[in-house]
Ligand binder design. Structure first.
Ligand SMILES: Cc1cc2nc3c(=O)[nH]c(=O)nc-3n(C[C@H](O)[C@H](O)[C@H](O)COP(=O)(O)OP(=O)(O)OC[C@H]3O[C@@H](n4cnc5c(N)ncnc54)[C@H](O)[C@@H]3O)c2cc1C
Length: 402
């Protein structure tokens, strides 16, 4: 038996015997486990599943073992994906720790910083949020103003962030701060990690028209941090910020564009968009009855399959140690625009049944559809707008002149 086959056999036995049965099939985004200190946010089975997987480093399978990762090779990590899929087990952990700050720390952190922050990420103990955007610094991110003043080992932070996703549910923040206003704006930015659980930090949820509050305004009033939590030195934050955005854009492209379409619970034998069209609009001569919907279903489904293959190649590269570069803007823009096309298509298929809010006469799935369609409008803004991605692709991928 080859090493990879014996790895598979041993892993399969572990997953079959040790993981909670209740978690199988919980594949939707609502069931994703984000970890963190606040027990009220945890489903007990999801927490247990995360802990069992983390005990073997399988929440961060390809990260080095010395920081709690699994130390798996690219091939072994692929086997893990296949075996999770076989048992319909979800990823044991998600979040900005695992997908953004963790990989960034592996690249830029000192040994002490890695030892302090990466194992708690792998174990799902700390939930992270992103303090980048400010009221006057979104697309023009290098204009951040939240000011950090250093006195000995202590940093004092004053200012404001905005659109902090899950700021009120997070334990720590990675933030872009201004430590020098006298130099070129990119050179005066310091990348800082800070604990949110302190009197000087207030995350106020922004209430949306939908009633949900997925993001916050975050205020710092003499918030404190320690200089050991500056990443890449004073004034070295812009390089770190851009590297992290590469991870973020990969993640957004993957989550919104790459995943199985909603309703596709058990792999790909049936096309869920075609199934939906069949259900709502019917068939004629064994084909979807509406020719224009038929064309759109075909186009979106083909583009989705092609994008999945591209993202699979990209995931393989990342597992092999490649660091995301400006090409992540291509995945971000394509994945998010694909998701918007898919949501709009589902809206057209369901017709008036897709525009319910809370009145009777709509199924739960139809009400979820309305919300998912509205949520998808933000996809081409979060993580940098599509216009900004096009600028990056033009300059840094195609190397076009200014
Ligand atoms: C769902 C969601 C979650 C988010 N989560 C977070 C988070 O957790 N943390 C965080 O820090 N931020 C977060 N954001 C904020 C997000 O990063 C910003 O909204 C985004 O970068 C755009 O900035 P802005 O809103 O200030 O728009 P602006 O920068 O004011 O842009 C306004 C418009 O002008 C266009 N524009 C601006 N500059 C240019 C240019 N040079 N060329 C062409 N067009 C241009 C933009 O494309 C846009 O259409 C989130 C946003 C959303 C929607």
């Amino acid at each position: 038996m080859s090493d990879l086959e014996s790895f598979r056999t041993e892993l399969r036995t572990f997953l079959e015997n040790e993981t909670p049965k209740e978690i199988r099939g919980q594949l939707g985004p609502d069931a994703a486990y984000w970890g963190g200190r606040n027990p009220e946010l945890h489903h007990p089975e999801a927490k247990r599943y995360c802990e069992i997987m983390a005990s073997r480093g399988l929440t961060a399978p390809t990260w080095p073992k010395e920081y709690g990762g699994g130390g798996l090779s690219r091939e072994e990590a692929k086997v893990l994906d296949q075996e999770l899929g076989r048992l319909r087990l979800p990823p044991p952990l998600t979040g900005f720790g695992l997908q953004m700050i963790g990989p960034t720390l592996l690249q830029f952190g000192t040994e002490e910083q890695k030892q302090e922050h990466i194992p708690p990420i792998v174990r799902g103990e700390i939930r992270w949020c992103q303090g980048y955007s400010e009221p006057n610094a979104g697309s023009d991110l290098a204009s951040v103003q939240a000011g950090a003043v250093i006195d000995g080992d202590e940093i004092t932070l004053n200012g404001q962030k905005i659109w902090t996703s899950y700021g009120d549910k997070s334990d720590w923040m990675f933030a872009l701060t201004r430590t020098d206003s006298q130099v070129k704006k990119q050179m005066g930015i310091t990348f800082l990690l800070l604990d949110m659980d302190q009197p000087g930090v207030e995350a106020r949820p922004i209430k949306l028209i939908s009633g949900a509050s997925p993001f916050c305004e975050t205020f710092f009033e003499n918030a404190k941090a320690h200089t050991r939590n500056i990443i890449n030195g004073l004034g070295g934050g812009w390089t770190v910020a851009k590297a992290l955005l590469g991870h973020e854009r990969n993640m957004i492209g993957n989550v919104f564009g790459g995943g199985a379409p909603r309703g596709d619970k058990g792999g790909p034998p049936k096309n869920p968009l075609a199934e939906l069209a069949r259900q709502y609009l019917g068939e004629a001569d064994g084909r979807l009855s509406d020719p224009s919907i038929r064309d759109r279903v075909t186009a979106v489904s083909m583009d989705h399959r092609a994008f999945l293959l591209t993202m699979q190649r990209n995931a393989d590269n990342l597992k092999a140690g490649h660091r995301p570069g400006p090409e992540s803007s291509i995945f971000k823009i394509y994945g998010t625009e694909l998701n918007q096309r898919r949501e709009e298509l589902m809206l057209s298929i369901r017709g008036p049944q897709a525009v319910g809010w809370e009145t009777p006469g709509f199924s739960q799935e139809e009400l979820d559809q309305t919300r998912a369609w509205l949520r998808s409008r933000g996809n081409t803004i979060e993580g940098g707008t599509s216009e900004i991605q096009l600028n990056i692709i033009a300059k840094r991928v195609l190397e076009l002149p200014d």
